[in-house]
Design a protein around this ligand. Structure first.
Ligand code: CU
Length: 297
């Protein structure tokens, strides 16, 4: 029997992850998506995607019988019921299909669903544990454990790596690197790249950046976002931060399973010089140390 808190976390994670699955691995927060009318014409392709069928069966498994207490509560008012969220219209709304931007990212979800009450308040519950378990079987590319270990220590092409300064410096216009979330053999709740822990990453302005991101944590969901401003100290950066560049966010990946670790790719142009943060947007993780500096110069 799940506690109410656990149930609420599951629901919040479901909404967030549905957006990620529907929109692809990397999501850019741009534009403004409103909730489409329930009768909005549907994109058949979106609903026949592995993302939707998986989402539907997962939600059904968790909420099919008792879910109305959560998703159908009248406290969510006109935002609809559990049934609506399960529908194609609900999926369309959550994923932003056809609008290019996930609906939940624009802050239009009822605050009762996505506020601290939903995702915890730092009281010891790590939503990432529940999210990771739920999304372990989500569709998407994977790498083997052996591949992940190799990727986590490899020096990126064209980069200068300083162990002493904990920096990875690129001077090339094309930047490719791999970042692992919380691999074994290192400090928990950190990022690994080129063998370094939470390195400062430096790229030239205008660089075309491709980051392969792997969740190497056995039991917790993690994501990666590059953002401006001082967001690492907040409990739930998922709901407050925006990617610094179009495409510089991958909200989270689920736990590894036998077939491998989830991977995703962020691609963006480092357009504007400045000092940015990269961090894990899963609630509480940036506060625990999943953050570093990303410099464009
Ligand atoms: Cu994390």
């Amino acid at each position: 029997m799940m506690t109410r808190t656990q149930t609420m976390i599951l629901a919040g994670a479901a909404v967030i992850a549905a957006a990620g699955i529907g929109a692809g691995a990397a999501i850019a927060a741009s534009g403004s998506a409103g909730r489409p009318a329930a009768t909005a014409s549907a994109s058949a392709a979106a609903y026949s995607s592995p993302g939707y069928s998986w989402y539907h069966s997962m939600m059904n498994g968790y909420y099919g019988n008792s879910g109305s207490a959560m998703m159908g509560s009248s406290s969510y008012g006109s935002y609809g019921s559990y049934g609506w969220m399960m529908s194609q219209a609900g999926y369309r709304w959550m994923t932003g299909s056809g609008t290019g931007s996930p609906g939940w990212m624009t802050g239009i979800l009822p605050s009762a669903m996505m506020g601290n009450g939903m995702m915890g308040t730092g009281n010891g519950t790590d939503p990432g544990k529940i999210m990771g378990r739920l999304w372990a079987n989500a569709p998407g590319p994977r790498v083997s454990t052996a591949q992940a270990i190799a990727l986590g220590s490899q020096v990126p092409s064209g980069a200068q790596v300083s162990n002493a300064a904990d920096t990875i410096t690129f001077t090339t216009s094309t930047v490719r690197l791999t970042i692992l979330a919380s691999p074994s053999g290192g400090p928990d709740e950190t990022f690994r790249a080129a063998g370094l822990v939470n390195p400062r990453i430096i790229v030239p302005a205008g660089a075309q950046v491709t980051i392969q991101f792997v969740n190497a944590d056995s039991d917790t969901a993690h994501g990666l976002i590059i953002t401006a401003g001082d967001a690492a100290a907040t409990w739930m950066p998922m709901m407050t931060v925006r990617p610094a560049f179009t495409g510089s966010a991958l909200w989270f990946l689920g736990n590894p399973i036998a077939s491998g670790m989830h991977e995703g790719t962020l691609t963006f142009t480092a357009t504007t010089p400045g000092t940015y943060q990269y961090l894990c947007p899963v609630p509480g993780h940036a506060q625990k140390g999943m953050t570093g500096t990303f410099t464009v110069r």
